[in-house]
Write a protein that binds this ligand. Structure first.
Ligand code: C2O
Ligand code: CU
Ligand code: CU
Length: 497
């Protein structure tokens, strides 16, 4: 018996090693020459008209040479690929004027923004070809690295994949007072991280594999094989996972430590020293990296440790292996390095006892009423579901009372990780599988990665905006899951008094 068990163990270990090896080979882009200067999206400050800050964003088709000698048809905002970094300030009233020059309907959503439902740019705020839609709102939230992207139901993934997305950064008194690197493109660097598949002729290939689109070629701000020159001092990188489906485990090739200072919804209380940041689709992180030693480093994504990912990667090639993102080349510094701030922000924890109710959000599992039941995990057909349901534009799934604090219990019963995103709010993680959060999970979030089998409880206030007609969305931010209906709608309404 003992020998049989030992034999089995050896077979399992060998199989595991083989799977790991093939994963490593299959999912890697090692050997980039880093010969292209990193593109920095333009920064848009807008113009103040009658006390309102106005921005013009035009969505249009274009093309760009990402790979040498090949033209790729694209779409972008005010340019062929991606869009400007929109800069907003707390306390201002803004108008975001979006013109759709595509030949099909789209929408524009302000991901992470606290805005009225009718200004949110969900599938309900359609912009027909040739038309203009204006989102007007006051900026009431704290400094945060938000972003924008289209949200037409069933086509979000395709529109974003072609290149329609951009950063939207909010500043406030605190962010302005903090002694942080803030010279745009010099020591405060936007990094939009995306994986793409290319056809031989250079066209993007939107190929669904295991239920979503995973690429083998990395684009950073729409630059293939990029390098960035910085001064040899502390640099701030603002990371956005703008990929349709891939999760990254970001660090440097020399494993250097850095400090995470912000999550999706704003600054952490204190800089968090680490050498990895997990970034699921839709998530953002700001990090401070010290280059005063003058040594070059490659920003990369490491494989995740989980066996399931590894096995998935072997069979479908979708797991994250070793992916090189950006080579950073330090040059002599022209000024002294910023010190590391001791304190960044005050985050008062919301206590579970403040919640008016707990709402279950079951990810994956069978679809209610579907014949024979369907299960999550790719393949044709709808889903995965949320609470057994597939998105229906005509159905309101949840009604929240204005002014309430709620707990949402996100319970992943499917076989794969899902980044769960809620519009309108920034939330706090109460616990993950019963454990109190630590590190970056203590920050404000609008998207949280929920691996298979995890139960994550999040807590948030629903304040300021009510609308009895127009819903907000909650969904998985793997865009193909969302497009296949892994999305629901909620209203925030004034309680009848
Ligand atoms: Cu970033 Cu509903 O989306
Ligand atoms: Cu959103
Ligand atoms: Cu999902």
């Amino acid at each position: 018996m003992k020998r049989a068990a030992l034999g089995l163990l050896i077979i399992v270990l060998l199989a595991g090693a083989t799977v790991y090896w093939f994963t490593f080979i299959r999912v890697t882009n090692a050997g980039l020459a880093f010969e292209n200067k990193l593109l920095i999206p333009e920064q848009s400050l807008g113009t103040v008209v009658d006390g309102r800050r106005q921005f013009h964003l035009t969505v249009d088709e274009g093309s760009r040479e990402f790979l040498p000698g090949k033209r790729t048809p694209t779409a972008g905002v005010n340019g062929p690929y991606l869009g400007p970094t929109v800069r907003l300030r707390q306390g201002e009233d803004v108008d975001l004027i979006v013109r759709n020059n595509l030949d099909e309907m789209t929408t524009m959503h302000w991901h992470g923004a606290h805005v009225p439902a009718r200004m949110d740019g969900t599938p309900h705020q359609k912009i027909q070809p040739g038309e203009t839609w204006t989102a007007s709102f006051g900026v009431h939230q704290q400094a945060a690295p938000l972003w924008y992207h289209p949200h037409p139901h069933g086509k979000t993934g395709l529109h974003a994949y072609r290149g329609v997305a951009g950063f939207m950064w909010i500043d406030d008194d605190n962010s302005e007072a903090l002694d942080l690197p803030k010279t745009y493109g010099v020591d405060d660097i936007p990094l939009v991280i995306q994986d793409r598949l290319f056809d031989d002729d250079g066209a993007f290939r939107f190929a669904i594999n295991q239920g979503a689109v995973y690429g083998d070629t990395m684009l950073i701000n729409g630059t293939w094989s990029p390098f960035l020159q910085v001064e040899s001092r502390r640099i701030r990188l603002r990371l956005l996972n703008g990929s349709n489906a891939r999760v990254y485990y970001i660090g440097f090739d020399d494993n250097r430590a850095f400090h995470q200072i912000a999550t999706d919804g704003g600054f952490l209380e204190t800089p968090l020293q680490t050498n990895r940041v997990t970034l699921a689709p839709g998530e953002r992180a700001e990090i401070l990296v010290d280059f005063s030693d003058g040594a070059e480093a490659v920003l990369k994504s490491y494989p995740e440790a989980g066996l399931l990912e590894t096995v998935e990667a072997f069979f479908g090639g979708i797991g994250t292996g070793h992916l090189e993102l950006l080579k950073i080349v330090p040059l002599p510094a022209k000024r002294a390095s910023h010190a590391l701030p001791e304190h960044l922000n005050t985050i008062s924890r919301i206590d579970a006892s403040q919640a008016a109710k707990t709402r279950p959000m079951v990810l994956g599992g069978p679809i209610q009423g579907a014949q024979g039941g369907r299960f999550a995990g790719g393949g044709p057909g709808p889903g995965p579901p949320i609470n057994g349901k597939i998105m229906d534009m005509e159905r309101i799934d949840e009604v929240v009372r204005l002014g309430d604090i709620e707990i949402w219990e996100v319970d992943n019963r499917g076989g794969q990780a899902h980044p769960f995103h809620i519009h309108l709010v920034q939330f706090q993680i109460l616990d993950r599988n019963g454990q109190a959060p630590t590190g970056a999970e203590l920050g404000w979030k609008d998207t949280v990665l929920v691996p298979a089998g995890d139960i994550v409880r999040i807590i948030m206030p629903f304040d300021r905006y009510a609308d009895t007609e127009t819903p907000y969305m909650y969904h998985c931010h793997i865009m193909e899951h969302e497009d296949n209906g892994m999305m629901g709608q909620f209203l925030v309404v004034r309680p009848k008094t």
